[in-house]
Ligand binder design. Structure first.
Ligand code: ADP
Ligand code: ADP
Length: 233
């Protein structure tokens, strides 16, 4: 079943007299449960595409459907709900609240979703368990390693049981071994049926995914099944 469909989307940024065609003509279709990497050189449009897919930005032209709903026809409230409940975001810089514990960070999206405090704690604990960090629930981000922080961020992305996990350079701030640990965790999430889309410019990281879409100058250079899946080491 299709979960993401972009139809000839373009994105133009205007800055004074400068016009940047960040995306020129991008048509992609992603099924539920796929594990996809967006690759391409710096400036090729990966983050722009990711932001559109995550409903954080809108295309200048073309259409985007998420779960068979046209995003351009959603109200602000519907969009906020989709961003909170349907999509789990993972960032290169983790984006954790520094003064909050791991548990509080993970529970954050649940506040907006309207769960009670005890429900939030229970769900956040379960999410921390799924990334093998339950024993660190009371630690603050600066008491955790980079890899552990990213696992907290992944638990936060998972806690609402979203349809899609979007990860923008999730290993960009991690050493090689920790990066592979995070990729093994993504593989587990994929095995459980999660839809994962990640942006990376690292070839060996991209090869953990099952399909690679390579962008260049805002266009799809190629889009193919990964025949050479990296299964960890
Ligand atoms: P990538 O993630 O592949 O590095 P981006 O999507 O960030 O590429 O950027 C694509 C192009 O759009 C680049 O030329 C970039 O400078 C430009 N761009 C991205 N975001 C903005 C913005 N908010 N305003 C103006 N130009 C932007
Ligand atoms: P990464 O683990 O992504 O390389 P760091 O540079 O933060 O990120 O961590 C390097 C190593 O130091 C890690 O293996 C981690 O176990 C340890 N470490 C980092 N920060 C802390 C901390 N605050 N308390 C204990 N150990 C830490």
């Amino acid at each position: 079943m299709k979960i993401i469909e972009t139809h000839h989307i373009a994105k133009v940024y205007r800055m004074g007299n400068n016009i940047v065609n960040a995306l020129q003509d991008v048509t992609i279709s992603i099924d539920r449960g796929e594990y996809v990497a967006f690759m391409g050189p710096s400036g090729s449009g990966k983050s722009t595409l990711m932001n559109i897919v995550g409903c954080l930005d809108t295309p200048t032209s073309g259409t985007y459907s998420l779960n068979n709903h046209l995003v351009s026809e959603m109200t602000e409230n519907e969009l906020a709900e989709v961003r909170n409940k349907e999509i789990g975001f993972v960032f290169q810089t983790f984006n954790l609240l520094p003064r909050a514990s791991a548990l509080e960070n993970v529970a954050l999206p649940l506040i907006y979703a309207g769960y009670s405090r005890s429900e939030r704690e229970e769900m956040a604990m379960a999410a921390l368990e799924s990334v093998s960090l339950a024993d660190r629930y009371h630690h603050k981000p600066n008491e955790l390693s980079g890899g552990q922080r990213q696992r907290v961020a992944i638990a936060r992305a998972l806690v609402n049981n979203p349809s899609i996990i979007l990860a923008d350079e999730p290993t960009g701030n991690l050493d090689t071994k920790t990066s592979y640990d995070i990729m093994n965790l993504f593989q587990e999430l994929h095995d459980k049926g999660n839809t994962i889309i990640m942006v990376t410019h690292e070839d060996d990281i991209a090869h953990y995914s099952h399909r690679i879409i390579r962008l260049r100058d805002g266009l799809i250079e190629w889009d193919r099944k990964n025949e050479n899946i990296n299964r960890g080491r």
